[in-house]
Design a protein around this ligand. Sequence first.
Ligand code: PRP
Ligand code: URA
Length: 207
Amino acid sequence: MKKWTVIDHPVAHARLATLRDDNTQTEDFRRALGQLGLILLQEATRDIETKARSVRTPLAPATAKVLSREILLVPILRAGQGLISLVDQFLPEACIGYLGMARNEQSLQPESYLEKLPLRLGRYEVIVCDPMLATGGSAIAAGKRLKQLGAKRIRFVHALASPEGIKALRKVFPKEPIITASVDDCLNDKGYILPGLGDAGDRCFGC
Ligand code: PRP
Ligand code: URA
């Protein structure tokens, strides 16, 4: 079983440094999160299926490869939207479905407040996007709901993960790829990732 992928890329490290820095203001945070999202999505789509396609160049016939299936990005609002904010520059053809979830600060359980997804999820490569995998509750709830609606291929993309979150997600989704830029040390008693970057949604949206 493949455990998870922690990308090791100098530009990803630089963007993470910006995101972690308490002095980073909203504008720079948002830009860095979008840029890190692009790097994570490149890694997350590295092994998706392709099929052969014949095309004609201006000079001769050529065999090319295209994606076998449509990609559906599912950002978990709010912060997930920040992670995919620049996706047009890498995957302009991707469909985007939304799950809105807010973590209850007392119970740390995700509370769903919005769902806007296409029909027939089985035809997509589904990528759940959320900068933070903390307790894992939000990602697990998202993954379960997507499976319930017919998703067959799901992967999870996170800027930061906690060891606790990875363990919890793996327990429910033993085989689905998890791609992150860092596995941090632990969670604090309020369920925040340490050292982490603080509250991703608040820092990305400025409130
Ligand atoms: C944050 C984050 C994840 C969730 C992670 O969302 O963006 O969705 O917490 O925590 P978990 O792994 O313990 O479930 P939050 O509830 O703060 O909402 P926001 O994105 O709207 O700020
Ligand atoms: N949500 C965040 O925004 N940050 C954390 O560290 C944990 C959950």
